[in-house]
Design a protein around this ligand. Structure first.
Ligand code: ZN
Length: 233
């Protein structure tokens, strides 16, 4: 049984994760946002704000399913607005009832691969095959628009990780810590892809081994219908 943390614990976790994302270079300046589902069906969100690593628990904002600001007003959050990317969070929760938290970041290696028109290939790292599965690639949409939110939500039906070309990544998990862990593995996978290119290109892992990893993923209850994309070379 999943233990749903109370609101104050989630507020503290969210600030800690924002600092970790900043310290690891996954976000910088005003970039990045985090959300978590609350027990009553509303959502805790980071505000639109410079320097997420300085967030305090009372600055976080609660919105309803339509993105309206609800919940407790504090002197710290009264004049703040929910993240400008609220739409991608709400579309994802709408399409994925199993998702409890979402992180959005701008990791350099992921974005660099998208700008070069290259894929992030989980096949280069066993941990990525097991925990991430296929990486969805969104059509380019202008940041902050509902078009982008709908595009991310569409891909999240069959993925936990979506690459937003020239922009960043959005990662879903059952809770914030799982989503953040996947984000770290995703950026490491992208970095390995770049290094492999520099070393002369990939010697692909044999398909039977990839199939074994997908079987393990299935056994662990992580399988998604997009998993078969990992068998495309
Ligand atoms: Zn962004």
């Amino acid at each position: 049984m999943t233990l749903i943390k109370n609101e104050q614990e989630l507020r503290e976790d969210m600030c800690e994760i924002a600092r970790m994302m900043y310290d690891k270079g996954l976000i910088c300046g005003p970039a990045g946002n985090i959300s978590a589902k609350l027990a009553d069906g509303t959502f805790l969100l980071t505000p639109s704000l410079f320097f997420k690593q300085r967030l305090t628990p009372d600055q976080l904002i609660i919105v309803d399913e339509q993105g309206n600001k609800v919940g407790s007003q504090t002197s710290a959050n009264r004049d703040l607005q929910p993240t400008s990317e609220t739409s991608m969070h709400l579309h994802t929760y709408q399409n994925r009832p199993d998702v409890g938290a979402i992180v959005h970041a701008h990791p350099s290696f992921c974005v660099a691969l998208s700008v070069a028109g290259k894929k992030i290939r989980p096949q280069v790292l066993t941990e990525a095959m097991l925990f991430l599965g296929d990486i969805g690639v969104a059509d380019y949409k202008t940041p902050t628009t509902d078009d982008l939110g709908a595009e991310v939500g569409r891909l999240m039906r069959s993925h936990d990780c979506v690459l937003l070309p020239y922009h960043g990544v959005t990662v879903a998990g059952k809770d914030m810590w799982e989503a953040c862990a996947k984000l770290e593995v995703l950026e490491q996978t992208a970095e390995i892809c770049v290094l492999v290119e520099q070393l002369g290109g990939e010697k692909p892992l044999a398909q039977p081994h990839v199939k074994d990893m997908l079987k393990l993923r299935q056994d662990w209850g992580l399988a998604k219908k997009s998993d078969t994309n990992l068998l495309d070379y």
